[in-house]
Design a protein around this ligand. Structure first.
Ligand code: ZN
Length: 511
């Protein structure tokens, strides 16, 4: 549209200049240049009147021509060469051709782990997995390449997810395996996937017809309280860390306080602040999905960069603790971050009856649109994206069963009266803007010479009983138990105790 306005203005200016070139000489010359100028005053006066009349008529005709050309360009949303009235489906096609559809969260790597133990040789993602015996026993079997293509996915954040049961155990080891399988998957299908780490990479991959593929780590427990691990994740290409999953870490509280082991921390601890600062310095996005509201507020107070909710919906529409409350959304506007709406029926519509199979009173697309509308009405359209949570949830609204269905949501927004530009923003422009801002904060900080943070977590911040995670002894634990001291002596794969007992650690943490 901006181009069309520019063209229209240039055309109008050219036409006015032409009109002036033709009419001004007529108005401001006193005689016909082809004839001798000496004439009687009456003759001159009569000649002048006819010239002025001719000039005015010429100018009027030119103005009419100019308006005829420029007004349709200014007041239609389509090319003059095409039929002007486009359907919402046609508008959507243009949007998806030009803007990468970005989804903030997909748990497909978890499915690769559970269904085929990360053995990519056992699957062909070019084929539908709907009837694949290894995959179709899982209710969250939502992904294969044909369905991603049908859904016109432009960029996907693939989640590295290891559950809280592995906290204080081997969550880092397993996280590395999930990063590995994600990268191998991307490399195995180069005609469809392209590994990228920034906004520019997304737009370039989209232009090449590839699905830009990024990695986010879902659960702060996987950094094992180590900023060094956080930095290594960044080097592996991880571009967001969800501060918690469904358990507290020793430095951040998760969304539900009633589960075992939770409630030790209130929001973010001082070490949690350091995690955020190091993420800002690195250029890794802070993801607040799964965290509790106080952690959300604390993180936005600390973070210089925009934060994201990679897969969360709206608390005021459905009162679930995984959803984002209004005051946090207001704060998100000031932070210039993004909430990427989760499609899980249980977060979209709180009265869905999940005890039945299939669930009764399930959500429909209009219920999802309600979440988008709510955020738009509360804080504006610039802070909304899509984080459907496919492969991470079992029940989805009718019509949104898998990754092939994204266009239905966008078309529903157009049908609900959203403008083309607004839908472009939700589709991908908002997330690209957030990613660029995060990159800018990082480069600003690094240009100022900010060094990697060397803070260590204080001993008293780490629970002695490890109750929010596994404390089971494993075979490996037995092998190494004499070689490694731990705070409890229970869990020998839990590294890092060297710094917990280092007297210098406390002093460092003051910085
Ligand atoms: Zn999740």
């Amino acid at each position: 549209m901006v181009n069309k306005v520019a063209i229209a203005i240039i055309a109008a200016v050219i036409q006015i200049v032409v009109a002036l070139v033709i009419t001004l000489p007529v108005l401001y010359t006193d005689c016909n240049q082809l004839k001798k100028c000496k004439r009687s005053n009456a003759e001159i006066e009569q000649k002048m009147v006819s010239k002025v009349a001719t000039a005015l008529i010429a100018a009027f005709v030119l103005v009419v021509v100019a308006l005829t050309i420029t007004l349709p360009i200014l007041y239609t949303d389509c090319s003059l060469l095409k039929k002007c009235k486009r359907s919402n489906a046609e508008i959507l096609k243009t949007i998806l051709d030009e803007v990468p559809l970005i989804d903030g969260h997909n748990d497909f790597p978890m499915l690769l782990r559970t269904a085929i133990q990360n053995k990519l040789s056992k699957v062909d993602l070019n084929k539908s997995l709907k009837d694949d015996p290894a995959f179709n026993k899982f209710v969250y079997n939502h992904v294969d390449i044909p369905r991603l293509r049908q859904g016109q996915v432009g960029a996907q954040f693939w989640a590295t997810f290891i559950g809280c049961s592995r906290q204080y155990n081997d969550s880092l080891h397993e996280a590395l395996e999930q990063i590995d399988v994600t990268k191998r998957m991307i490399e195995a299908y180069p005609e469809h996937f392209e590994f990228v780490t920034n906004a520019e990479g997304i737009t370039k991959a989209h232009k090449r017809g590839k699905i830009a593929s990024l990695i986010g780590v879902e659960g702060g427990h996987m950094i094992e309280e180590s900023l060094a691990v956080l930095r290594m994740f960044y080097q592996l290409g991880v571009r967001y860390l969800t501060l918690t999953h469904n358990c507290d870490t020793p430095w951040a509280r998760y969304h539900e306080i009633s589960a075992p082991g939770s409630g030790r921390v209130k929001g973010l601890t001082r070490f949690g602040h350091k995690v955020i600062q190091e993420m800002n310095r690195l250029g890794m996005m802070v993801d607040l999905s799964h965290t509790d509201a106080q952690t959300m507020r604390d993180a936005m107070t600390v973070s210089d960069a925009p934060v994201i909710f990679s897969h969360s919906s709206v608390y005021s529409v459905c009162n679930h603790s995984r959803n984002v409350p209004d005051d946090v959304l207001e704060k998100l506007k000031h932070n210039e971050g993004i909430v990427m709406i989760n499609f899980y029926s249980g977060f979209i519509k709180c009265d869905v009856n999940m005890t039945e199979s299939p669930p009764s009173n399930n959500a429909v697309i209009a219920d999802v649109v309600e979440h988008f509308n709510y955020v738009k009405n509360l804080i504006g359209v610039n802070y909304i994206g899509i984080g459907a949570d496919y492969c991470g949830v079992g029940v989805l609204p009718e019509g949104l069963e898998d990754v092939s269905t994204y266009p239905k949501v966008l078309e529903a927004l157009l049908n609900a009266g959203w403008s083309e530009l607004e839908v472009r923003k939700v589709t991908g422009l908002n997330m690209l803007r957030v990613m660029r801002q995060v990159q800018k904060v990082s480069s600003d900080w690094q240009r100022k010479g900010l060094r990697p943070l060397e803070n260590l977590i204080p001993l008293e911040d780490v629970p002695a009983d490890f109750s929010c995670g596994s404390s089971e002894m494993t075979a490996l634990d037995e092998i190494y138990k004499d070689a490694t001291l731990t705070p409890t002596g229970k869990n020998i794969r839990r590294k890092g105790q060297w710094h917990l007992t280092d007297p210098a650690a406390e002093k460092d943490n003051e910085t």
